[in-house]
Design a protein. Structure first.
Length: 220
């Protein structure tokens, strides 16, 4: 992602004169194409990392998730799937990408006719640099968020959580509960970016399972 505007600027600098061997701009043009595909794959990986919830299956991360009814207590099972969220992210990203590609085709032709091929290539590299900077700001982990409850430690230890009086209405007095601990975390606090702070992100679902966030997205 960072090398893409640099490769564009290198292509601009090496295509200014016929005295330069044509193999050099060809190499940089091929590098731009390779880095473009790599950047697209990287963005797909970011979408999967942020919105994939397919491994958060019921019965694995929590023993019981109950919903109070008027007369009986029914077990509520939530089937997590990454396909709706990830597919929506792909649709939005590709829609914006095709729209920007169509706009760039028209604008690029105008710039090439008025500014010349070399200068228009430099402007394109500058635009890529600005977009890279904006994307880096979005992916910057600027906020510390708690993802593991304070009352539990690391490991597969079961915890018995005592419910308060308002919470005991329609529920049992206590419930066995297993916290969600993904991977090998080094602490209970994780730094997150703008995408991971979203209501439909993977880490928001994990915080819901850990009862750090209410089902409606508010704080517990």
């Amino acid at each position: 992602m960072v090398m893409l505007p640099i490769a564009g600027m290198a292509y601009t600098l090496c295509s200014h004169s016929v005295s330069i061997h044509p193999a050099l701009p060809i190499v940089f043009a091929a590098l731009i194409g390779f880095l473009s595909n790599l950047a697209i794959a990287e963005c797909i990986g970011i979408l999967m990392e942020t919105f994939d919830t397919s491994d958060l299956q019921p019965g694995v991360n929590s023993r019981r998730r109950m919903q109070s009814m008027a007369t009986v207590i029914r077990r509520r099972r939530t089937n997590y799937s990454s396909f709706p969220r990830v597919s929506a992210g792909f649709f939005i990203a590709q829609s914006i990408g095709f729209a920007l590609a169509a706009l760039a085709t028209g604008v690029g032709g105008v710039m090439t006719r008025q500014l010349g091929a070399q200068l228009s290539t430099g402007v394109t590299a500058l635009i890529l640099l600005v977009l890279t900077f904006l994307l880096s700001l979005v992916l910057l982990r600027f906020r510390q968020v708690q993802v593991i409850p304070d009352m539990v430690g690391f490991g597969p230890t079961f915890v018995t959580r005592k419910l308060s009086a308002p919470q005991m209405q329609g529920r049992v007095a206590s419930e066995d509960w297993r916290p969600v601990i993904v991977g090998n975390p080094s602490g209970k606090i994780r730094r997150m970016n703008c995408l991971e702070l979203g209501r439909l992100s993977r880490w928001t679902e994990i915080r819901k399972l850990n009862r750090l966030v209410a089902e409606d997205g508010g704080a517990v």
